[in-house]
Design a protein around this ligand. Structure first.
Ligand SMILES: NC(=O)c1ccc[n+]([C@@H]2O[C@H](COP(=O)([O-])OP(=O)(O)OC[C@H]3O[C@@H](n4cnc5c(N)ncnc54)[C@H](OP(=O)(O)O)[C@@H]3O)[C@@H](O)[C@H]2O)c1
Length: 272
């Protein structure tokens, strides 16, 4: 439905989960794709699958928590691809959800803000610079979280980091818009990926968590990749600065406030 023919995309977190699903969706739509993460084996698997679709693909191993790594990654992507039409920031982790708020350290804050916020900020700036230089009306997409819009007890670090990315999405959308570059975000609810596999082990977990969504199931990576396909397509040419909730209607209920504590992995009794 949406054509990505002739476009080249850089996708962080493209080795598995949501990033991988978006990489494959873009490749199916005609894009060449570079994927970046730490695990070379997973990147190679995604690259192989993209090549099987007849598209060009590159694996760019990187640890985005290293200082300067996001900027270097964009330089490397431009070296191999020549241009970046689409940038997707999907790399992320659970943002130290396993720790009680009282136990958070300076290192935890540095890790979560570097991986989620600084990484998305600097890849966006560097990619947009190249788009301006090459006259490309590019698109940038950040994968944030419904947890960045609604407070979840026990998730202050993850939620505030995702909230910051929502804000930089709208601000950069305004700034880069004058160059024809669009910046949007998707804020998913719980999506069945390796990131949350330990919360979806039993059938009871599945039923329990599904009940928090008016559309009575947890999300699938294709729920997110379908939205990613639209938001970075030419058809979304007048859509920018938006954070799109893909969460089965969770935001419209008061489910955020009923979220069972055991699903945030914080040991009982260590909460504020
Ligand atoms: N799944 C959900 O329920 C959900 C809900 C809302 C938002 N999100 C957000 O969606 C994004 C993708 O999550 P996911 O569910 O697809 O998780 P996932 O399956 O664990 O994939 C995360 C990706 O990020 C990469 N990554 C992690 N740390 C990295 C680092 N230091 N440097 C470079 N790459 C790194 C991982 O590869 P390596 O480990 O090999 O580096 C992997 O490719 C994240 O930003 C997450 O916060 C997920």
């Amino acid at each position: 439905m949406f054509s990505y023919a002739g476009r080249r995309a850089l996708i962080t977190g493209g080795g598995r989960g949501i990033g991988r699903a978006i990489a494959l969706a873009y490749a199916k739509a005609g894009a060449d794709v570079a994927v970046a993460a730490r695990s070379p084996g997973q990147l190679d698997d995604t690259v192989r699958e993209i090549k099987e679709l007849g598209r060009e693909a590159w694996a760019l191993p990187v640890d985005l928590t290293a200082r300067g790594a996001p900027q270097d990654l964009v330089t490397r992507a431009l070296d191999v691809m020549g241009r970046i039409d689409v940038l997707v920031n999907s790399a992320g982790d659970t943002g130290r959800l396993e720790r009680s708020t009282f136990d958070l350290t300076d290192d935890d804050v540095d890790h979560v803000y570097q991986l989620h916020v600084k990484s998305a900020l600097f890849t966006s700036i560097k990619a947009a610079e190249s788009m301006v230089r090459l006259g490309i009306p590019g698109a940038i997409l950040n994968i944030t979280s419904t947890g960045g819009l609604f407070p979840t007890p026990g998730a202050v670090l993850y939620g505030s980091a995702k909230s910051a990315i929502n804000h930089l999405t709208s601000t950069l959308g305004m700034e880069f818009g004058t160059h024809g570059i669009r910046v949007n975000a998707i804020a998913p609810g719980l999506i069945d990926t390796p990131l949350v596999a330990d919360r979806l082990v039993s059938e009871e977990d599945q039923i329990d968590l599904a009940s928090f969504y008016p559309i009575n199931r947890v999300g699938h990576v294709d729920d997110v990749s379908a939205a990613a396909l639209y938001l970075c397509s030419a058809e979304a040419g007048w859509v920018s600065g938006v954070t799109l909730l893909i969460n089965g209607g969770q935001h419209a209920s008061n489910a955020m406030f009923r979220w069972p504590r055991r699903h945030n992995e914080v040991p009982a009794g260590r909460r504020i």
